[in-house]
Design a binder for this molecule. Structure first.
Ligand code: ZN
Length: 165
């Protein structure tokens, strides 16, 4: 087995189960295909990435991530109502879908649709998991060097990674 350890600019594949404080499963890697990310490029929450540093294939770990190192604290000012007409005609409008908006400062930030009432779409700047303490159970499946193209893009390619069309 490879003794390569996880470090900056390596592509890491891992299986995971994510639970909240109550033990409810919020998310997990599906079937045989592990989650893949590029280490050191903000692909995954910082609290988990930090704990994966120095790990190797076959390592299993349980990581508890506080909101500040996860999806952030919940900001009650994050909610906004946006008229449906403000969305492009072909935009999918469904609860749970995220999209990006440009702030007056020119930053591009994600928003999530959290409710729909007629012509009014309730949106939230908070990630759906903001404010949650995250309980990850992780198994490292593969570690390799990133290609120069992956480093340029800031994410991995291939199965489980980013797909370009
Ligand atoms: Zn790419």
């Amino acid at each position: 087995m490879s003794e390569t350890t996880i470090a900056q600019n390596m592509v890491v594949s891992f299986h995971y189960t994510l639970k909240n404080d109550g033990g409810e499963v919020l998310d997990e890697s599906s079937g045989d295909e592990p989650m893949m990310y590029l280490h050191g490029h903000d692909n995954i929450v910082p609290g988990l990435e930090r704990k994966l540093t120095g790990r190797k294939v076959g390592d299993k770990l349980e990581v508890v991530v506080d909101p500040a190192d996860g999806y952030g604290e919940r900001d009650p000012r994050g909610k906004q109502e946006i008229p449906r007409a403000a969305f492009p005609d072909d935009a999918p409008i469904e609860v749970g879908i995220s999209f990006v908006i440009q702030t007056p400062d020119g930053d591009v930030v994600p928003m999530w649709i959290v409710g729909i009432d007629g012509d009014r779409v309730s949106c939230d700047l908070n990630h759906p998991l903001a404010g949650e303490r995250l309980h990850f159970a992780v198994e490292v499946m593969a570690v390799r060097d990133a290609t120069s193209e992956e480093l340029e893009h800031g994410h991995p390619h291939g199965p489980g990674g980013h797909h370009h069309h």
